[in-house]
Design a protein around this ligand. Structure first.
Ligand code: NAD
Length: 407
């Protein structure tokens, strides 16, 4: 039976609100999205046939500012997934304390089988359909799984053509030559490493020599690997949808693995390392497990195999509520997604701010500001967990909902 991420999100909201004397109006506003948009996207393919794709944008809540969240291109994208992801964006943006609400979108498509021309036509058609509901002060999309700076460039260009004016802040995650910010590409992985470092410090522990396994070797997983190594961790495994690369003494040259994967489209055969099944990454004997792929990777069926004592949720929604309960009972420290991966949207906010104010910050500046944001969100979450004797996830929701209630 497939797990509905929207049900997971609703359950997380109810768990947190059980502990709060929440205003019924705020509860109602957080329980359902403000607006749901579903569009049909007819595209002429290279062979002159016409295919019709389905696109989604869900605007969950804008109490704290414009809707903000990524666009995902993946065959499994559907309304329930996008609703859940938009809810998590509302919570994440409140927790990391940026003046944005939550939104998310996507297209049900496998972009890897489209030509560049087909991908561009699809993206421009999506932009035309979303034009009435997006904009720098209204709703600001960004990249997510299988979307990139190039896709943001097409969206910005199409939007500006329709608007008849410059509007770089209509999307974030742009490339540097198109109004992007220094440090955006690294931001999510780097931010996760800052959160891990601070929570480890607050728990009286150290990261030196801790072993790490990372599920998902895309943008987030690969940068997390690099920064975890800088913190003194030993990254023994990274995986993609096809398999797991494993080396007990440590996969130290992350850039070389990235290049190998880019050249061969696979992790299989990387010199000096073993190649295991894709599922193997979850059950390795490591200290820290980092799900950095998609939703629902840690479930009641596999939670019993997990040996790690720290889990850093770099993906959105990687743990189902029943599996989460088991991890809590076992005393595993789960750094929840809305904290762990919020570095991406923090730097998206910096990009949006620079665009709106015609500024350009250095990478050092961006990384320093990101460190401050991640550290203070980690501290607020830890303090709330201690005060309420609850998990870091519940604590993160309590902080986020508390801030939403102040608006
Ligand atoms: P990406 O497309 O760059 O990479 C995704 C990776 O996951 C790929 O390596 C893919 O092979 C792998 N993958 C897919 N299915 C898998 C499976 N079953 N087992 C193992 N690996 C699998 O995407 P990304 O931007 O790195 O995003 C990864 C996760 O992080 C998503 O949940 C996304 O929502 C979340 N996230 C991303 C950002 C960001 O800034 N990119 C910010 C916050 C959260």
């Amino acid at each position: 039976m497939s797990i509905n991420p929207w049900h997971t999100a609703q359950e997380q909201l109810e768990n947190a609100t059980d502990r709060l004397d929440l205003d019924p109006l705020l509860h109602a506003r957080l329980s359902q999205p403000d607006r749901i948009v579903e569009v049909s996207l007819p595209v002429t393919m290279d062979d002159d046939s016409v295919r019709v794709f389905t696109g989604f944008r869900v605007q969950h809540n804008n109490i704290r500012g414009p809707y903000k969240g990524g666009l995902r291109y993946h065959p499994h994208v559907d309304m329930n997934e996008v609703k859940a992801l938009s809810f998590w964006m509302t919570m994440k943006n409140a927790l990391i304390d940026v003046p944005f609400g939550g939104g998310k979108g996507g297209i049900a498509v496998d972009p890897k089988v489209l030509s560049v021309g087909e991908l561009e036509r699809l993206t421009r058609e999506f932009t035309r359909k979303l034009f009435p509901v997006i904009g720098p002060a209204l709703d600001v999309p960004a990249p997510d799984v299988n979307t990139s700076g190039q896709i943001m460039r097409w969206i910005r260009d199409e939007y500006e053509t329709l608007a008849g004016k410059q509007a770089p802040a209509v999307v974030t995650g742009k490339s540097l030559d198109n109004g992007g910010s220094e440090g955006r590409t690294e931001a999510t992985g780097l931010g996760g490493s800052f959160a891990l470092a601070e929570l480890t410090r607050l728990s009286g522990d150290t990261l030196k020599g801790k072993t790490v396994a990372i599920q998902g070797f895309g943008n987030v997983g690969s940068y997390f690997a690099e920064y975890a190594i800088e913190l003194g961790c030993v990254v023994v495994a990274v995986s993609d949808s096809k398999g797991t690369l494993y080396k007990q003494s440590g996969l130290n040259d992350v850039k070389a693995i990235e290049k190998y994967k880019k050249d061969t489209k696979s992790l299989d055969g990387f010199p000096g390392a073993d190649y295991l099944s894709a599922e193997a990454v979850l059950s390795l004997d490591v200290d820290i497990l980092v799900p950095a792929a998609l939703e629902n990777s840690i479930t009641i069926d596999n939670v019993g195999d997990i040996k790690a004592t720290i889990i850093v949720e770099m993906a959105n929604g990687p743990t189902t509520p029943d599996a989460d309960a088991v991890l809590n009972e076992r005393g595993v420290m789960v750094i929840p997604d809305i904290l762990a991966n919020s570095g991406g949207v923090a730097v998206s906010y910096f990009e949006w701010f620079q665009n709106m104010n015609d500024e350009s910050w250095t990478k050092e500046d961006v990384f320093e500001k990101l460190k401050q944001k991640m550290t203070s969100a980690a501290q607020a979450t830890f303090a709330s967990a201690v005060e309420n004797s609850c998990s870091l996830r519940e604590a993160a929701y309590l902080v986020a909902i508390g801030r939403l209630g102040q608006k």
